[in-house]
Design a protein around this ligand. Structure first.
Ligand SMILES: [Zn+2]
Length: 285
């Protein structure tokens, strides 16, 4: 009954999977007009690209032990849209070919896996490091994975330098975004969100005491550099981050020192507020 994913699917299943009869008919029309431009089977997920009247949609259908679950990027809110129907009908039509191709790919992956097992650890590490070179996101993922493994082993002293690497990785990307946004007086919202998330990750690292005091001061220096540049539109976010990493009075005094560098009324107010609220000094001026 289960066996090779999707091999059990029948036209009747597709009809039943459609949200209603009308949707099935529309999906059938799409299939007949060859609207499904690409279809691939990977493990137990069928991926399809379907041209609609306004846009092209991505369909993903997963076979879990014979039970199909659907996802489509179109706005239709019912369970099985016409794009899913069209993808499944296209699959039925090209079944032999698609399954053969999936099998071939699987065999290729298996062969590669067998060959990789012939390499020794040093060679594998070399390969891994080579793959990191131009893939920043991949490096973040790798660092996170390595840290998780090391944390599980419980030896914290072994991880300190990896935490620092993670910190540098995050701050480098933040700096890149902030430089660009300062140069152009702003930038894309998605990059702003990205910077916000990265800064959040950095604050979290400090809150969990994973980074040294020296790195904290380095971070404050860097953020003040961009804060004082004052052209990114992200100044509030920078100041919030600076405040978020401050814990002890030394931190706050350092922030006061940075704020005192240039005379301006707003900064003087900030300094007074820090003195009053964070350092519990009652005397003004
Ligand atoms: Zn759809």
């Amino acid at each position: 009954m289960t066996g090779i994913p999707f091999s059990h699917v029948t036209r009747k299943d597709i009809e039943l999977g459609a949200d209603n009869e009308k949707i099935f008919q529309r999906g059938l029309d799409y299939f007949k007009s060859h609207a499904v431009s690409r279809i691939t089977l990977e493990d137990s997920t069928l991926h399809g690209r379907v041209r609609g009247s306004y846009d092209t949609y991505s369909v993903e259908i997963t076979d879990t032990n014979g039970k199909l679950s659907y996802a489509c990027s179109c706005p239709y809110e019912g369970s099985g849209c016409k794009h899913i129907v069209a993808t499944l009908l296209t699959f039925l039509d090209q079944k032999e070919e698609i399954l053969a191709k999936a099998h071939k790919n699987q065999t290729a992956t298996q062969t590669l896996s067998e060959k990789l097992q012939l390499l020794d650890t040093t060679e594998l590490i070399e390969l891994l490091l080579l793959s990191l070179k131009n893939h920043r996101d991949w490096k973040q993922i790798l660092l996170k994975t390595v840290i998780k493994k090391l944390e599980k082993k419980g030896d914290r002293s072994n991880i300190t330098d990896i935490y620092e690497q993670q910190f540098r990785q995050l701050i480098d990307r933040v700096s890149e975004i902030l430089t660009e946004h300062n140069e152009y007086g702003g930038g894309s919202e998605s990059e702003q969100d990205e910077a916000f998330e990265l800064l959040d990750d950095i604050v979290e690292l400090f809150k969990q005491q994973k980074l040294t005091q020296q790195l904290k001061l380095e971070l404050i220096d860097k953020l003040f550099f961009f804060y004082d540049w004052n052209n990114s539109g992200m100044e509030d976010m920078l100041l919030d981050t600076i405040y978020d990493v401050c814990e002890i009075s030394t931190d706050w005094k350092y922030v006061i020192k940075k704020l005192s560098k240039t005379k301006d009324e707003y900064k003087s107010e900030l300094i007074q507020k820090i003195k009053k609220e964070k350092l519990k000094e009652n005397n003004s001026v």
